[in-house]
Design a protein around this ligand. Sequence first.
Ligand SMILES: CC(C)(COP(=O)(O)OP(=O)(O)OC[C@H]1O[C@@H](n2cnc3c(N)ncnc32)[C@H](O)[C@@H]1OP(=O)(O)O)[C@@H](O)C(=O)NCCC(=O)NCCS
Length: 180
Amino acid sequence: MPPALHTDRLLLRKPVIEDLTPFTAMFSDPEVSRYIGDGTPRPPERVERGFRNGLLCWDRLGFGPFTVLHNDLVIGDCLLYPIACSGTDPTDFAARGPEIELAYRLAREAWGQGFATEAARAALHWAMSDTGPALSRLIAVTHPDNAASQRVLVKLGMRSLGETNAYYDTPTTLFETTRD
Ligand SMILES: CC(C)(COP(=O)(O)OP(=O)(O)OC[C@H]1O[C@@H](n2cnc3c(N)ncnc32)[C@H](O)[C@@H]1OP(=O)(O)O)[C@@H](O)C(=O)NCCC(=O)NCCS
């Protein structure tokens, strides 16, 4: 049974189909999509494909994307997810991995309140704990200009490993953390 993670202000739980509506709205915002994928708003069919892949991830790996709620409202997601290496199709779940990435996307109204850090910290701790999947290493990548996202990773204590072209067929700034 997938866990629900509680923090001071947030609930992280496995996605349910009703989450698709707020996710579709979130990804239609150019500011949210600016540093994700090709940098353009994500169309509903692409959001739905990612959503279904997320459920597949939970079924196959026992972890995956968490929906993040504040005061019972969906404000975004926080993912533990196999990363897509360059040269592979990121929409094909079977082609992703084996490394696991930490990622997060919040609706614009939720920015600037420490929510991404709070959600990601809970997901990271669970990911590496014996009560969770006990991963030995987690990575994260950001667009090189995505200063807010990089700041979140620094606040989580993740190490910057510099720029790489190894993922998503684009230059990214790579971060890692290990269980030890
Ligand atoms: C990135 C994102 C998740 C951050 O969410 P958030 O809840 O606002 O993040 P937090 O409040 O936990 O922390 C953000 C930090 O970045 C800082 N920050 C915000 N904008 C910044 C900027 N333009 N330059 C530098 N630092 C910035 C904040 O001050 C804060 O640091 P502080 O606590 O030391 O003051 C959110 O902006 C988002 O969803 N963006 C769109 C999706 C996305 O890009 N996701 C990441 C993909 S890699």
